[in-house]
Design a protein around this ligand. Structure first.
Ligand SMILES: O=C(O)CCC(=O)C(=O)O
Ligand SMILES: [Fe+2]
Length: 204
């Protein structure tokens, strides 16, 4: 699909999906927090979301070792700038879970790395029913199919947040949806304690 929402099927192989779906230890899942990096803002930001998430640092070795190859693929096929990526997050939506309509842009205005300019969402496991990513203002609904990349830009050409990109993760009605998501910021994003950058930083 062309247009404001880019969809690439089989971006992940079925083997990668299987390894990633098994990569989060059961006791690492936490209620998802939306958007904001600091705990102060998190409670108010959480309201419209019901799902669980883990950070990339929680994934097992088999899962973590896939990430550099996935990033290289995103750089190659989507011209992604991976040094601006936030640490990956894996989210799980079980029956009835959802992520209400929101913008990915708008919460990081004062962050050193700037706003979330682009979103890269990889479907690791598809639910049996429900769970589409719905862009209300665009009238676009993208089904969660395992291996599918769903990517979009959150800015207008002027550099302001594009409110036309408002979107939601529709409720899952049967089965479970697992996604692996990152956001490309305006400037390099140092991967802190939760990411692979931490070893690098520590050695400097
Ligand atoms: O689960 C979805 O389809 C949407 C996820 C999303 O909007 C996000 O993680 O920012
Ligand atoms: Fe989003």
């Amino acid at each position: 699909m062309n247009g404001p929402v880019e969809v690439i099927d089989e971006f992940l192989s079925s083997d990668e999906c299987a390894r990633l779906a098994a990569a989060a230890p059961a006791n690492c899942w936490r209620p998802s927090l939306s958007g904001l990096p600091d705990a102060r803002s998190v409670l108010s930001a959480r309201g419209g979301r019901h799902s669980d998430s883990v950070g990339e640092g929680d994934l097992d070795a088999a899962g973590q070792e896939l990430l550099p190859a996935i990033e290289a693929r995103l750089a190659d096929r989507c011209h992604a700038l991976v040094d601006r990526f936030e640490p990956w997050q894996m989210s799980r939506y079980r029956r009835g879970d959802f992520f209400d309509y929101h913008l990915d842009c708008g919460a990081f205005g004062t962050h050193a790395s700037g706003e979330r300019e682009r979103t890269f969402l990889l479907v690791v496991q598809a639910p049996a029913r429900g769970g589409a990513t719905h862009f209300r203002a665009l009238g676009v609904s993208v089904r969660p199919i395992a291996g599918r990349l769903i990517a979009w830009r959150n800015f207008l050409p002027s550099g302001r947040c594009n409110h036309g990109m408002i979107h939601s993760g529709r409720p899952v009605w049967q089965g479970q949806k697992i996604i692996l998501t990152t956001w490309q910021h305006e400037r390099p994003f140092p991967r802190g304690a939760s990411g692979r950058g931490s070893e690098h930083e520590a050695s400097q």
